[in-house]
Design a protein around this ligand. Structure first.
Ligand code: GLU
Length: 287
């Protein structure tokens, strides 16, 4: 299989040094393997995505010396595919509507042990399961927050669930990573697969898109290591291949804080206007 990787930014702000590192690392790995480097625009959240940011992404990546295949896949064009997957999971009784607010979840998650802070998983607070016990309404897929029934999902797959890692997780996890069903239940739980208004979620879209783009190596930051647990479960559930993962170190500021979209000061565009070259950017991120 041809080595195929991708860079998948959301057009919600400027690309900064952390994005440049991720994109260049993926690009270099594709070059070294005589493979393919794809770009995917993750614009499901239309309230935050902007055409200007998308244009800036293309400009910055081209300036960095990267080339990618056209046409570029945009998630906003893939809503029917996301809906089809949800419809299938709905028919199988593996997802259920949830009407809990963040506050309801925090309260219910704290309730068993008063004073103990609720646990966080890769997708925020671990859902205490309140709506799981309500029978699903008959009929088509509702336009609601839809959660994955993790217990029913795991009952369909071997224990542990595994994926290959060529980089490292935040605690140095590398090689064949094994995820036990009990850990997936307690530390991941019933995550959201569709949000109202979006009709999908980051997790569902990424999994379906990596499969349709035949991605063999997912190169991305260590901050997404635990999100991979969700992605691998979804791949097994939907009968999709599990790619090899390469989670890389994060680029931090002088105070050791991870760079975020709001760190405009590290925007590639500003370095460029400041007279820096792509080689300078490579040196700055240690490539
Ligand atoms: N769109 C995500 C981001 O900008 C990256 C998702 C991924 O690489 O899987 O953080």
């Amino acid at each position: 299989m041809t080595f195929t990787t991708r860079f998948a930014p959301s057009p919600t702000g400027p690309l900064h040094l952390g994005h440049a590192y991720s994109a260049m690392l993926a690009y270099d790995m594709a070059q070294a393997s005589e493979g393919r480097f794809l770009l995917r625009i993750e614009d499901i959240d239309q309230s935050r995505a902007r055409a200007e940011w998308e244009a800036q992404i293309y400009e910055d990546l081209a300036w960095l010396g990267l080339t990618w295949e056209r046409p570029v896949l945009r998630q906003s064009a893939r809503l029917p595919a996301y809906r089809a997957a949800l419809t299938r999971l709905w028919a199988l009784g593996l997802i259920y509507p949830c009407s809990c607010s963040r506050r309801d979840i925090a309260q219910a998650a704290c309730a068993p042990q008063e004073g103990v802070p609720p646990a966080f998983g890769p997708d925020g607070l671990i859902y205490p399961g309140t709506c799981r016990h309500v029978p699903n309404p008959a009929g088509p897929l509702p336009n609601a927050v839809l959660r994955l029934n993790m217990a029913r999902t795991l009952a369909q797959m071997p224990d542990p669930v595994c994926f290959p890692e060529t980089g490292a997780g935040p605690e140095g996890q590398t090689g064949e990573i094994s995820l036990s069903h009990s850990m997936l239940q307690s530390d991941v739980g019933d995550i959201i697969l569709a949000r109202t208004g979006l009709g999908t979620s980051y997790h569902l879209s990424v999994v379906l898109d990596d499969a349709v783009q035949n991605i063999t190596r997912v190169v991305r930051g260590q901050d997404l290591f635990s999100a991979t647990f969700i992605h691998v479960v979804l791949q097994k559930l939907l009968g999709l291949p599990t790619p090899c993962y390469h989670h890389h170190r994060l680029i931090r500021d002088e105070a050791g804080k991870r760079l975020a979209k709001r760190d405009d000061a590290r925007a590639i565009k500003l370095y460029r206007e400041d007279g820096k070259t792509p080689a300078d950017i490579r040196a700055m991120v240690g490539l």
